[in-house]
Design a protein around this ligand. Structure first.
Ligand code: ATP
Ligand code: MG
Length: 491
């Protein structure tokens, strides 16, 4: 499953560039001709389309690549690059021979329906493909459910609805049965929309297809509302989620402002990363404190959360706390003596940290401080997941879908699509599943948040966080835990 890494030495174009440091790494995606070398290619049908006359001028050159790093120092290596997404001059499928299918797996996220719609319309309008199947109910739908025929007419309005038109499920991934089914149905393009688990499944399907020597392109479209997919700039549905979260934060603020000693807690999505909580906090300006999984916090003692809540109540008469659902899970489990529970896909089920925190704060102020507080706990997560995507996500989903369609038609397989530094690229699936993006506490964005809320850092050291941890997400957590001289929670 390791991505293919090609290291190319290129000659420096300008005399000032140090020749020793111009290494260029292309993390390439597989192409059908890697294992089917005699496959014929055809002119891209877009060349004949009047509407796409302009595209004719802008076919992506097969050697165009996108740089992962845009900020570099003089003399630093050229670094990692990915193949640029977009229409190619030659394609590896005859339009009339394409039989495509689309499947959606994992949790809900705004924008799934837009991606489905745009794959169908993209295939049909740009490439004249009219044989597109919808696999119902996730991976197990390949072998246990019916399929539906998808046409531009059938999917015309679905982007206005939340959820997934094709329905979804967890568990039930059986690579052999799925590929048997792909073969039996004569499917030659598979579009798989889903999160990290789904993309791991897509990588296995693509390997099995390759092993069997089938002319089948497998394209993954990464979905995670948490925005924790590695490499790509942003995942679809994230903007919509941040926008919708404002309504919950605003409601909490209105509630706590209207009472004495109001404490509002809003729990947002973010299993392992706090991007939604961080961005919603930065966008709102009504939030006093943002708690995320990457930044362990503690309740009691100097610099703890209880002290901060008391300060803000004395100062403003109210406080709003936003927390990501994955924040402090280990400590909640310890405190509540809960055992690990898992869903059908093997993901750990999260404990309700928001409810736990609201009980802790209430208990502390009522029983210990003898101070009456008004607690308002809002959990809008399912409401946020269920809404349709907003305008910017709709455009983004369209670009993702079209990039996937162009990639599959051009014969690429085992790839996932997404913007890297604003340019859409084809990325080896393994590259986006091997690590997850987390909020880097040494990054400017978290510093901006701390400056905006003036909340405690929950670090017990004056030394700060070493800059080097910026590079290694896992190390961040280790070093942070070391820097907190006490257990992250002191309950
Ligand atoms: P999200 O976590 O954002 O809701 P996800 O895609 O990670 O989305 P999961 O329930 O973990 O959601 O997985 C979705 C599908 O992918 C399931 O059908 C599951 O069986 C399959 N899957 C999960 N992990 C793997 C894996 N390691 N290998 C193969 N298939 C997997
Ligand atoms: Mg997942």
């Amino acid at each position: 499953n390791r991505p293919i890494r090609i290291r190319i030495r290129i000659r420096a174009q300008t005399p000032n560039v140090n020749n020793d440091n111009d290494d260029f790494v292309l993390e390439d995606v597989p192409h059908l001709t890697n294992f089917l070398p005699d496959l014929p290619s055809y002119p891209n049908p877009l060349q004949n389309s009047k509407a796409y006359a302009i595209v004719r001028q802008t076919f992506v050159h097969p050697e165009d690549v996108v740089a992962q790093k845009v900020v570099v120092q003089k003399d630093s290596p050229r670094g990692v690059h990915f193949r640029r997404a977009g229409p190619r001059e030659r394609v590896y499928f005859k339009s009339e021979e394409v039989r495509a299918c689309i499947v959606t797996c994992g949790g809900l996220c705004p924008g799934i329906n837009t991606v489905i719609r745009e794959i169908v319309c993209g295939l049909n309008v740009m490439y004249g493909v009219d044989d597109i199947l919808g696999i119902e109910g996730g991976y197990r739908g390949f072998y246990s459910k019916n399929t539906m025929s998808l046409t531009p007419k059938v999917v015309n309005d679905i982007h206005k609805r939340g959820g997934t038109f094709l329905r979804t499920s967890r568990g039930g991934h059986d690579t052999h049965k799925i590929v048997d089914n792909i073969q039996d149905r004569g499917i030659n393009q598979v579009y798989i929309i889903g999160g990290d688990g789904t993309q791991k499944g897509a990588a296995l399907i693509s390997k099995e297809v390759e092993k069997r020597g089938l002319q089948v392109a497998v394209a993954g479209i990464p979905k995670t509302i948490d925005n924790d997919i590695a490499v790509i700039d942003k995942s679809f549905g994230f903007d919509t989620a941040v926008e919708e979260a404002q309504r919950a934060i605003n409601a909490a603020h209105v509630e706590v402002e209207s009472v004495e000693n109001g404490v509002g807690i809003v729990k947002l999505m973010g299993r392992y990363s706090g991007f939604i909580a961080m961005h919603a906090t930065l966008a709102s300006r009504d939030v006093d404190c943002c708690l995320i999984p990457e930044n362990p916090f503690y309740l009691e003692g100097p610099g703890g959360l209880f002290e901060f809540v008391e300060e803000r109540l004395k100062e403003n008469g109210h406080i709003v706390i936003v927390l990501a659902e994955g924040a402090g899970q280990e400590y909640v489990a310890q405190d509540l003596h809960q055992v690990d529970e898992r869903d059908a896909s093997g993901n750990r089920l999260l404990l309700d940290v928001g409810l736990w925190l609201s009980h802790k704060i209430k208990d502390h102020f009522t029983n210990f401080k003898k101070m009456a507080i008004n607690m308002k706990y809002i959990d809008p997560t399912y409401m946020i997941r269920a809404i349709p995507s907003n305008a910017s996500d709709n455009i983004y989903c369209t670009l993702l879908a079209h990039s996937a369609v162009h990639g599959a038609m051009a014969g690429y397989t085992g790839f996932t699509v997404g913007p890297v530094n604003s340019r859409h690229a084809y990325i080896p699936i393994a590259r986006v599943t091997e690590t997850q993006n987390i909020v880097k506490l040494t990054n400017r964005m978290w510093a901006r948040l701390l400056a905006s809320t003036n909340q405690p850092s929950f670090l017990n050291s004056d030394e700060g966080i070493p800059e080097k941890v910026d590079q290694e997400p896992i190390e961040v957590m280790n070093i942070l835990n070391r820097f907190c001289g006490c257990p992250p929670y002191m309950v």
